[in-house]
Design a protein around this ligand. Structure first.
Ligand SMILES: *Cc1c(COP(=O)(O)O)cnc(C)c1O
Length: 339
């Protein structure tokens, strides 16, 4: 293997040596299989292809300052994938099976886990798809759960540097009683047009509003939104956002460092009252937002005027990163150390 340029890795697909798979058939999960193939064969009438029975997860493993490899909040990801299964009527992956397969996928690709201090990590992608052939609209009877991994750099090329985002009203990614709360590909399909236009217009991502009234902030495409107002961490409460595990973790850390935490509707106009804003998710932990443009009203909200992330966002980011990399104590059992 050629040496990997850890510092310049993009956030993208990277071929590694192995992935692990498990098939659900006749009402039960089979044995875990290891393969070096990047391909999947399935029935042409598979329910993932026709009716969107597809859910995924995104998590990361890090090399800590002590050289140990840590996976962040694996059980939370397992539980969220079960929730996604319920949401679109797929077989549920038992938490222990999920854990076993994730750990196995990491262990089989240890040489791809970036060393400490390179700003890179091993991205872990669990995927669950309906593979059984059906033509009538109904949940399938067969499923494939697989886990592949690959080293990645920062999601937004800016890393922990501020990005610009755009509020849109002419697209929704999810409806209030739809599937926004589960991590399924269909939500991403629905967000592509807004996202690509935002990129073309010079923004890192679009911010969606509640689909009903277009009054409140929902989330930022692939990441949750938060704002800091004085001593308070505020993040939208909405039925159509995906419950980010990063956001959940930041809320906990925020409380621990003495901030007040509010989960509630966030009206668009409140953007002018925030001292800091950011997007959060596994990919970036926090992407500080320096500017939010409202595409319809032309209004521009400015943050981090010196071009740098604000003090509260920085503190939260460093704490969370510290837990992931073993420089801060893991007091909540968020981390699984690979033996
Ligand atoms: C995965 C995802 C997030 C971030 O969730 P994390 O668990 O923090 O990675 C946010 N929004 C959407 C729509 C997502 O799919």
């Amino acid at each position: 293997m050629n040496t990997i340029d850890w510092k310049n890795l993009p956030f993208g697909y990277f071929k590694t040596d192995y992935n692990v798979r498990c098939y659900y058939k006749d009402g039960k999960w089979g044995n875990i299989e290891v393969t070096d193939s990047e391909m999947i064969t399935m029935h042409m009438a598979a329910t993932c292809l026709h009716y969107g029975q597809e859910a995924f997860e995104g998590m990361k493993a890090f090399t800590g300052i002590d050289g140990k490899i840590r996976i962040f909040r694996m059980v939370e990801n397992a539980k969220r994938m079960q929730n996604s299964s319920k949401g679109i009527m797929m077989a549920e992956v038992p938490v222990p099976l999920f854990e076993e397969m994730v750990v196995k996928a990491v262990k089989l690709n240890l040489k791809y886990v970036p060393p400490y201090g390179e700003g890179a990590s091993l991205y872990i992608r669990p995927l669950l798809i309906g593979t059984g052939g059906e033509v009538g609209v109904k949940p399938g009877k067969e499923y494939l759960f697989m886990v592949f991994v690959g080293p990645v750099g920062p999601y937004f090329k800016e890393g922990f540097n501020p990005v610009k985002m755009q509020i849109v009203r002419d697209f929704d990614r999810a409806a209030p009683l739809g599937t926004g709360y589960v991590k399924v590909g269909g939500n991403y399909a629905a967000s592509l047009r807004a996202g690509e236009r935002a990129h073309k217009e010079g923004f890192a991502a679009s911010i969606f509003l509640d689909a009903c009234e277009k009054k409140y902030i929902d989330e930022a495409g692939p990441a949750n939104f938060f704002g800091i107002k004085g001593n308070t961490y505020i993040t939208p409460d909405s039925k159509s956002i995906l419950p980010s595990i990063t956001n959940m973790s930041l809320c906990k850390i925020a409380e621990e460092i003495g901030l007040k935490v509010e989960r509630r509707h966030v009206p668009v106009e409140e953007l002018s009252e925030f001292d800091e804003t950011g997007a959060c998710g596994t990919a970036a932990v926090i992407s500080p937002i320096c500017q939010i443009h409202d595409r319809d009203t032309g209004k521009v909200y400015n943050y981090c005027k010196d071009g740098k992330a604000g003090p509260v966002s920085t503190k939260l980011y460093l704490k969370l990163k510290g837990i992931q990399e073993g420089t801060e104590p893991d007091t909540h059992g968020w981390v699984t150390i690979i033996k």
